[in-house]
Design a protein. Structure first.
Length: 160
């Protein structure tokens, strides 16, 4: 649906068509838009073609969908490190550390982008799941690190 064009915005020109006067400003990114480029979200909110899908909710980003997967793999590696003894178990913990915290970071980053209207709102559920599983992973890894520190303190005593 197109809305009748208003008068130009104080001599501003369309970001896509520099020879044409702007009639609207994208409410999300601030780009000047001519009557041909402007699209409306809920009939009142002006948007450019790039921002309209984000205002509508847009699909979940890859970052949002990968977040719970990475957090789950990290949690699984944390558990698997107890099953596998020796250096291979430590290697599994190292991989789990990197992957698990990456999942947690992706979830946090996606929620920040959604809050700032820079990512599709449909990724919120995925990001929250990644954040929850990542928090469980971080708690487990923190307990593992604290147990290791306590063990080394008791086994070797205080330095000096």
């Amino acid at each position: 649906m197109t809305v009748p064009a208003r008068t130009s915005l104080s001599g501003a020109h369309c970001g896509n068509h520099p020879a044409v006067a702007a009639v609207e400003i994208c409410t999300r990114c601030g780009t000047f838009l001519c009557g041909e480029c402007v699209e409306y979200f809920q009939e009142t909110t002006a948007a450019c073609a790039n921002c309209l899908p984000l205002l509508r909710g847009g699909p979940a980003s890859v970052r949002a969908r990968v977040s719970p997967l990475f957090s789950t793999v990290g949690l699984g590696c944390l558990v698997a490190g107890f099953v596998v003894r020796g250096r291979p178990g430590l290697a599994i913990w190292a991989v789990g550390f990197v992957v698990g915290f990456a999942g947690l970071a992706f979830g946090v980053q996606e929620l920040r982008l959604i809050r700032a209207n820079q990512a599709g709102k449909r990724g919120r559920g995925w990001a929250r799941a990644g954040l929850f599983i990542g928090a469980l992973f971080a708690l487990g890894f923190g307990l593992l690190a604290a147990s290791f520190a306590l063990f080394t303190y008791r086994a070797f005593g205080t330095p000096g």
